[in-house]
Design a protein around this ligand. Structure first.
Ligand SMILES: [Fe+2]
Ligand SMILES: [Fe+2]
Length: 189
């Protein structure tokens, strides 16, 4: 087991929350990509939690961190995509199919995460999670693989086609979402 991953509670690439001018136009993509790094990190952590031979203190803490990430930080990233990106990218045309697929996948992932939350809560209190955890975690990892691939190949490149002012406006919305709960850090999402 890779204890390095299990012990990470909220790491990932930090993105400055205060760029202005040209920096603000480039910032949305940087933060979106940093969020995907964190999704991959916490998904790896979830796979290791599911594969743990016993519920140790370290595994319990990892379950707390995974639950916190997927239910507190991830929703900000989903809101970035559905509320800030989607309406603007839809106006570009030609992206209708990947955009609607991405939203469908968000709902499917939320459903799987809701089911996983019960198991993470049990592990967090030192209890054994029960048999369905590895299969359900594997399903989540599979869904994330497909989802992140569509976004990175079909959706994110289109952000660069938006006018720099529009990208600056997206950045302000992303900052505002994080300012509600965090100070001078872009860890949310
Ligand atoms: Fe995403
Ligand atoms: Fe997404």
């Amino acid at each position: 087991m890779d204890h390095r991953i299990l012990s990470i509670a909220g790491g990932g690439t930090a993105v400055r929350l205060h760029p202005t001018g040209k920096g603000a136009a480039d910032a949305p993509l940087a933060l979106l990509r940093a969020c995907h790094e964190r999704i991959r990190l916490f998904t790896s952590m979830a796979v290791q939690i599911a594969g743990a031979a016993a519920v140790t203190e370290q595994v319990s803490q990892a379950a707390v961190a995974a639950k916190r990430y997927f239910f507190e930080a991830l929703p900000k990233h989903v809101a970035d995509e559905e509320e800030s990106l989607q309406p603007r990218l839809a106006l570009l045309g030609s992206l209708a199919s990947p955009l609607s697929e991405v939203v469908r996948q968000h709902r499917e992932l939320e459903d799987v995460l809701d089911r996983l939350e019960v198991f993470w809560r049990r592990i967090a209190s030192g209890e054994s999670p029960g048999a369905p955890l590895p299969a359900l975690t594997g399903r989540m990892a599979q869904l994330w693989d497909a989802h992140l691939a569509i976004e990175e190949q079909d959706v994110f490149p289109a952000v660069q086609r938006l006018d720099p002012d529009e990208r600056g406006a997206i950045w302000q919305e992303m900052r505002a979402r994080r300012a509600r709960t965090e100070v001078a850090s872009a860890k949310g999402g």
